[in-house]
Design a protein around this ligand. Structure first.
Ligand code: PCA
Length: 219
């Protein structure tokens, strides 16, 4: 297991712009709430990414260049899901069910050409799962981040991080309670989402290796 050193560096947190007719995206609201916070001696820099396939990757690469982070966690909304999703794997495919905010709707296109089929997160997702559950925050390991803009950003992030000594990964958050009510689906208050992201970040800073606890699923 690679060693991830905790010398003072930037923590990059990204969130997304609203999409699919919504006026807010809790992923950006939560990331923004942590901007400039010092966690374990490292400063959080929050960056909003457009919910566009091309624009998001451009903005992500710029943020990586400018902040040279020691940890990077991309956050997105998974409306309809229950609790915090700790994403395990990014796949090299885009298959857009709806157009992005720029009108693009690629079908079965690679995120990065001539690159591996998938990357695993380098966040300690099992340790984070245990930490979240200890605080009573609903969370699970997710085996797919989908095939839309979030998975594309997750994949591009892991591709960019592949030779760096850094932890990187993706977290999906549910709808805010007011959005959830309109969709008759599960929601989570913003302060709990913020607390979850803080805890995941602190766990990633502290953990040398991931915990060995179950997080699997049959589907
Ligand atoms: N969620 C979408 C894209 C932006 C976001 O917040 C997704 O899960 O792909």
């Amino acid at each position: 297991m690679a060693k991830f050193q905790a010398r003072p560096r930037t923590i990059l947190l990204t969130g997304f712009a609203p999409f699919a007719g919504e006026t807010v995206n809790p992923s950006w609201q939560a990331a923004r709430a942590l901007h400039d916070e010092i966690l374990g001696g490292h400063r959080v820099v929050a960056v909003e990414l457009p919910t566009e396939f091309e624009g998001s990757l451009r903005a992500l690469r710029k943020a990586m260049r400018e902040t040279n982070p020691g940890i990077a966690i991309a956050v997105g909304l998974a409306g309809g899901r229950n609790g915090i999703s700790l994403e395990r794997v990014a796949i090299n495919v885009i298959d857009a069910r709806i157009p992005d905010n720029a009108g693009a709707q690629p079908i079965d296109a690679p995120v990065v050409r001539r690159a591996p089929a998938a990357y695993f997160t380098t966040l300690p997702i099992k340790a984070a799962l245990a930490a979240l559950q200890r605080k009573g925050i609903d969370a699970h390991v997710s085996q797919t981040a989908g095939t839309y803009v979030c998975n594309a950003v997750f994949y591009a992030l892991m591709h960019a991080a592949r030779r760096k000594r850094m932890r990187a990964g993706f977290v999906h958050v549910p709808w805010l309670p007011e959005q959830a009510r309109r969709h008759d689906a599960p929601g989570m208050p913003l302060d709990q989402v913020v607390a979850a992201l803080r805890l995941i970040t602190l766990t990633a800073l502290a953990a040398r290796a991931d915990a060995r606890i179950g997080g699997g699923a049959e589907s």
